[in-house]
Design a protein around this ligand. Structure first.
Ligand code: ADP
Length: 208
């Protein structure tokens, strides 16, 4: 069906966002989608699946630099809270901590279904990251998904030997978005339609 309200001229981009198992099990799928849609982002792909461990393993980067960055973040938080990483993680080596966090992510993301989706909109990648909030829910601003629905912290997660439960994953960069969309969706699973409210939000000059 062709639509009257063409918005294809807008400088939009696509990004990948996924409701993680904790979000699904807490009944927050609708809340996540609502927050994206109300901002003016268009959902162009979505599904539910119970991902295998292999699928998650292929999703998170295996590069040492990425693993080290994960470990570095963990060490920074340990320092802030005056926690001894050796006591809680058995090591203070960033690569080893990164590897533990990555392994925890495989357990976490495969423990229940996930809802991957693709959303499209103006500056979608950075806007979605703002809607999602800081990686560590305990530091996430109120008004963000993580800041409104979680208080999880590395101090709690690492003591339990689990990943941080932070409701959603969202791409950080354009390269990541392109790769992640491609990893979770086939080309024919992405849809093209116009949102009727966009003519009010952005105008309709092109069609006059
Ligand atoms: P983001 O998901 O915000 O892009 P990262 O890419 O840094 O954040 O981390 C990937 C995921 O790994 C996080 O969303 C979180 O679930 C988990 N994680 C990150 N740091 C830690 C940590 N120190 N301990 C446990 N889990 C962590």
């Amino acid at each position: 069906m062709s639509s009257k309200y063409k918005t294809h001229h807008l400088p939009t981009e696509k990004t990948f966002i996924m409701v993680k198992p904790d979000g699904v099990m807490r009944g927050l799928i609708g809340e996540v989608i609502k927050r994206l849609e109300q901002r003016g982002l268009k959902v162009v792909a979505m599904k539910m699946m119970h991902a295998t461990r292999d699928h998650i393993d292929g999703f998170y980067p295996k590069e040492q630099a990425w693993i080290d960055r994960l470990g570095q973040k963990g060490l920074k938080t340990f320092a802030e809270y005056d926690i001894d990483p050796k006591k809680h993680m058995g090591t203070d080596n960033q690569s080893e901590i990164g590897a533990v966090v990555r392994a925890g992510l495989i357990d976490f993301l495969s423990m229940a279904p996930v809802v991957p989706m693709v959303v499209e909109g103006i500056h979608a990648i950075s806007v979605v990251r703002k809607i999602v909030g800081s990686t560590l829910p305990v530091f996430a601003e109120p008004g963000t998904i993580r800041g409104d629905y979680s208080i999880d912290a590395p101090t709690a997660a690492n003591l339990e030997g689990r990943s941080i439960y932070n409701i959603v994953h969202a791409s950080e960069t354009a390269e990541e978005a392109a790769h992640e969309i491609d990893y979770w969706f086939k080309k024919n699973e992405l849809f093209d339609y116009d949102r009727a409210d966009h003519v009010v939000m952005f105008g309709d000059k092109r069609n006059q």
